[in-house]
Structure formats: C-alpha cells, structure tokens
Design a protein around this ligand. Structure first.
Ligand code: ATP
Length: 599
C-alpha cells in the first residue's frame, strides 16, 4: 500500500469493530443453540466426573460394586456420549455460520466501499482475512466446547478433590495459579508472534497473486522465477511459518510448565507426610486417581486456549482491514434498481472546478487533475486525448462518480451530485475501462434467479444479436444469460464488454482506449459505425483514445496534459436528418504525442 488518494478516514465516523459486532449478533441470534450446546458440554463434563467417582467408589470398595453402581456408570457414559454429540453438532453449525457470515460481511463491505479504498488496500489483505482469519475465528467454536467440557471436568475434579481433602485441593489450585502465570507469559509472546504472522501473510497473498499474474514473465526467465520463488515468495512463506512456529512453541512450553507443576503437586500429595500417603493411604490413592484423571482434560483445556487466542488476533485483523474501507454511506444501502430498469436521462451534465489528487507516499509526490470545467449534452461524441499518465483515466473515474472529486462539483441538470446521490448518479454510465472485467453472466441485465423464461430468452436474443454484430458469433454465444466461453483474445473480450455496455442501454457511454486492442478493420467499425450510432440514439459518448486518424469524427476533442485540459477543439455544425445540427470538427487538433509519458 504505497499510494493513497484520499485523506485518512476519520475513525470517529466509523462504528466500532463491525466484525466483533457481527460475531456478537450472530451469537445473540443463535443463543438458543449456543445455550443448549454449552449445557451439553457441561453435562458431558459432569457425567465424566460422575463416571470417575463411580469407578473410584467401585474400585475402593469392591463389595459395593453392585448393580446400581454399574447402572449409574452406564447412565453416565450414555449421557456423556449424547452430550458430546449434541454439543459437537451445534458448535460445528455455529462455526460454519460464523465463517460464512464473516465472509459475506467482508465481501459486502468491499463491494460497497469507495473505489479509491479498494485500489489502495488491494486484494491481498482482503483475501487473507476472507480465508485464513475467517477460518481462525470460526475455529473458536471448535475450541469452545472443548474448553467448556474440559474446564467443567477440571472444575468438577477440583470440587471432588476438595470434598476428599481441602488441603490437597488448595495445593492443586496453587499449582494451577502458578502455572497460569507462567502460561500467560508465553501467551503474550505467542500473541505477538501470531500478529506478526498475520502481517507476513498479507505479503504472502500478494506474492501468491503475482505467481498467477506474472506466470508468463516467470516462465520466460528462469533466474527471475528462481529469485521470486526462492527469494520473495519463499521468504514470505518462511516468515509466516517462523512466526507461527514461535507462537506454538510458546504455547507448548506454557502447557508443559503447567503439567510439570501438576507433577510437582502429585509428588507433594504422594510424599509429603502431612497430606500424602503417610497420612491416609486410602484417601491419597483417591486423589491421585482424581489427579491423574484430571491431567487429560487439563491438557485438552490448555491446548485449546491457543485456538481462542488465534481467533482473537484474527478478529482484530479483520477489524483493522475493514477499518481501511470507509463505512459505506447510508445511501449505499438504498434499494438498487432491478435488472433492466430505466435510468434517468439528463439534459446537461456539468463538471465545475473539479479536482482530484493521488498522493504517492514513497516519493511524497502528488498527481493532480483539474480544476476542470466541462459540460456534456446528450447526443454528443467527445474524445479525450493526451499522453500516458496525463490523467485521462483519472478524469474518467471522477466523471463517472467512481472517485469522489476532492474539489468542485458535478451537476446534473443544475443539481449537484452529493454523497447521497452519487450511487444513483453512477447508474447513468455504461463503461468499458482499459482494465475492464468481464463477468461470466449478464449480471444486472438478466437476473440469474429470475424464473421468467421469456424475459431471459429475450435478453439472450438481444445479446446474441449484438455478438453477431460485433463479429463474435463464431466464437461465443449467450445462453440463459451466460457466456458460452470467456477464453478469448483481449480484443474479443473487449468486444464482449461492449456487448454488455450496449445491453445496459444507459444515457452516458465511456470507453477508455477501447479500440487499442482491435484490428484496423474493427477499429474503423467502432469509430465510423458504432460510435455515431450511439450518438444518433441520443447517448453522450466519451472516448479516451490515441487513434488520431479518427479525431475528426468527434464533436469535441479535449487534450489533457499533466492533469489539465490544455486544448479543446470543437467541431463545426453539421446537419443530421431529423435532429437539428451537430458539430463536425473543423479545427485541426494539435498533433497529439501519443504514448509519451507525461508524468
Ligand atoms: N490508483 C492510483 N493510485 C495512485 N496514483 C495513480 C493511480 N492511478 C493513476 N495514478 C497516477 O495518476 C497519473 C495519471 O494516471 P491516469 O491513469 O489517469 O493516466 P492516463 O492519461 O489514463 O494514462 P494512460 O494513457 O497511460 O492510460 C499517473 O501518472 C499515475 O502516477
């Protein structure tokens, strides 16, 4: 995360800890199941203690080992079995619910976030929390039954011990308290290591992304591949491994320390004259059995605490990543228009004194566009031209409402676009950006859940007609709103993106270097047929382009240099049947230095 294009969000504007609130609300909603699962855990613990007490009674007084005692033993075993299954099933459900809800929440938050936050944070930390951290939090529900169950067995054993001999119980408690202090020391180190592992994991996900995105570059250069796999990626893998190992070593030492103290206690109980076997051999044998029985649940209890701590660390990481995304404005929660709903047209769309800046942290430089003043009308074709890095795409993102302008205002028919109205404002645009994404289905145009067969068939028909028009029908078709394939060339996929934009049928079209990947003949179709056709349908069409041989077709050509409009060329009026006059460029535009880095 080296660049940012917005001031940090004021933390006080954000509600506290959304992931923790989500977890708590999930727990509240499932409180019946949770209570039952906890009761089942305690029942399991209690029945296990009764089991050992019954055994103890039967072994210490063989004469009393009659049928009632055997029945009691069988009943305890049955209760323990049922309780264990019930708690296991309920906690498994809660765990998977938590993971699913956590993932839904994070995904929804990212989908609703401002584009600038999405670009700034990047995919790696989000992928990391969606996978590893969400799993860690859900593991809480596997640890919880073990902790409650083993905890209740330990507590039951201590109570039984107290009943047998309270000095022995005090001794056992002292061992636990002293042991816990040592354990806590290791726990603090372990938590620090788990946090460090989390940060290292973000880097790991980043490199894992490069493993796929850079597959060609790695294949073509073995030394680069070696340095990447053994160096950067390998180092990130090792870093995560080392931090995790350190955490688990700290826990292993902590558990070992407590168990060791219990052996000390066992030695004391056995050999100290005042409380040990010398005092009362039969009683001592009783609490030695209880103690030995307690060791396994105590071990189980301690071994599950790291899972709780890992869940806590992960929950905090989820909170931190979520906090990077500004809380969606309440307007984002308004109902979205249904598939195919008509979007409000406009008469004038005006940018007044618009500015926007990126801050590059690494070299403390700013890139600014603006102040920009522009007006767009329906039925006009505007080209935006300029060298690489001159700010064309940034202007397009501000114009389409993807970036909130830092200065100035956008007005639609004289009404300013505000934070509340920006989501609706964005719905006026159909775009194909240079780094467009093509979904495999016609989302937003055909609802995959819509059962209306005829509406779906009509949408398929329209899509297939457009695909034929763009000369792609030998390669791809649409059935049930789904493309038959996306394994196409970049230029072909851009044509499919154009099909999607056509189907959206919105008042404002924006194409960012769409024609750059098209062959010369299709370039001509795009500039000479498709664009005039859109304009003829009353659409406002803005095209970012380097194709200077087609500049003469635009009504206006705006030249951008270093974030500012340095030249605007207007066309001369020309007659168009039935629609008054439009302009034909009459002035020779500047010679555009295409593909020259202006930054
Ligand atoms: N997401 C971003 N974060 C920070 N800075 C950015 C970001 N995107 C672009 N920039 C900066 O803004 C400047 C303008 O970029 P922009 O993509 O708007 O240029 P462009 O005119 O569309 O270039 P090209 O013709 O190469 O597509 C660049 O020089 C770059 O330094």
């Amino acid at each position: 995360m080296t660049v940012s294009n917005a001031p940090p969000v004021n933390g006080s504007d954000r509600p506290n800890k959304p992931a923790t609130r989500l977890l708590l609300s999930l727990l509240r909603r499932s409180r019946g199941a949770l209570a039952l699962a906890l009761v089942a855990c305690v029942a399991n613990g209690v029945s296990s203690v009764l089991l050992v007490a019954t055994l103890n009674r039967a072994l210490s007084a063989p004469a009393a080992a009659d049928l009632p005692l055997a029945l009691r033993f069988a009943a305890c075993a049955l209760v323990a079995l049922i309780a264990r299954i019930v708690s296991g099933v309920l906690f498994a459900g809660l765990s998977q619910d938590t993971m699913g809800r956590m993932r839904e929440h994070v995904s929804a938050r990212v989908a609703a976030a401002e584009l600038r936050d999405v670009e700034r944070v990047g995919a790696a930390p989000v992928q990391s929390i969606l996978t590893d951290d969400a799993t860690n939090v859900s593991m809480l529900f596997f640890a919880l039954p073990n902790i409650v169950m083993h905890g209740s067995i330990v507590a039951g054993c201590l109570a039984y011990l107290a009943w047998l001999s309270w000095p022995v119980c005090v001794l056992a408690l002292s061992a636990i308290v002293v042991g816990s202090l040592g354990y806590r020391f290791g726990d603090i180190r372990a938590i620090a290591s788990l946090e460090a592992a989390g940060s290292a994991q973000d880097r790991l996900f980043d490199y894992l992304g490069s493993l796929f995105a850079g597959a060609k570059e790695l294949k073509l250069h073995r030394e680069r591949a070696r340095q990447f796999v053994d160096g950067q990626l390998g180092a990130a893998i090792n870093e995560v491994r080392d931090h995790r190992r350190r955490a688990f070593v700290a826990y292993a030492i902590g558990v070992g320390w407590i168990i060791f103290l219990f052996y000390v206690f066992l030695g004391a109980a056995t050999f100290l004259p005042s409380i040990g076997v010398h005092a009362d051999a039969q009683a001592a044998a009783g609490y030695v059995i209880v103690f030995l029985f307690m060791l396994v649940p105590l071990d189980g209890l301690l071994n599950n605490l790291p899972t709780v701590n890992a869940a806590r660390v992960s929950l905090e990481r989820i909170e931190r990543v979520l906090a990077e995304f500004e809380e969606p404005h309440h307007a984002a929660a308004l109902p979205v228009p249904s598939s195919g709903a008509q979007v409000a047209a406009f008469d004038t769309l005006t940018l007044r004194g618009i500015t926007h800046a990126y801050f590059h942290e690494r070299d403390e430089r700013m890139f600014r566009i603006g102040p920009i003043d522009l007006t767009f009308k329906p039925g006009e074709l505007v080209f935006i031209v300029g060298g690489n890095g001159s700010g064309k795409t940034t202007l397009a993102k501000v114009l389409t409402g993807l970036y909130e302008p830092e200065g100035g205002v956008i007005e639609v028919d004289g009404l300013p676009v505000t934070r509340d109205t920006r989501p609706a404002y964005r719905e006026r645009f159909s775009t194909v950006f240079n780094d467009f994404h093509l979904f495999d289905t016609l989302l937003g145009i055909v609802d995959p859940d819509d059962t209306n067969e005829s509406a779906r068939a009509a949408a398929d028909e329209r899509a297939n007609a457009l695909i034929a028009k763009l000369a792609l029908d030998h390669k791809v078709s649409v059935e049930n709103g789904t493309f038959s394939t996306r394994a196409l060339s970049t230029g072909q996929r851009k044509r499919l993106a154009l099909v999607v934009a056509y189907l959206e049928d919105r008042p404002f079209y924006l194409f960012d270097e769409w024609a750059a990947d098209q062959d010369p003949s299709f370039k001509a179709v795009f500039y000479e047929q498709l664009l005039p056709e859109l304009r003829g349908r009353g659409k406002t069409v803005v095209v970012i382009t380097h194709d200077d041989r087609y500049f003469s077709l635009a009504d206006r050509v705006l030249k951008l240099d270093n974030g500012a409009i340095v030249n605007e060329t207007r066309g001369a009026p020309r007659a168009v049947a039935g629609s008054g006059t439009v302009r034909v460029p009459s002035v020779q535009v500047d010679v555009i230095q295409t593909k020259v880095d202006a930054s």
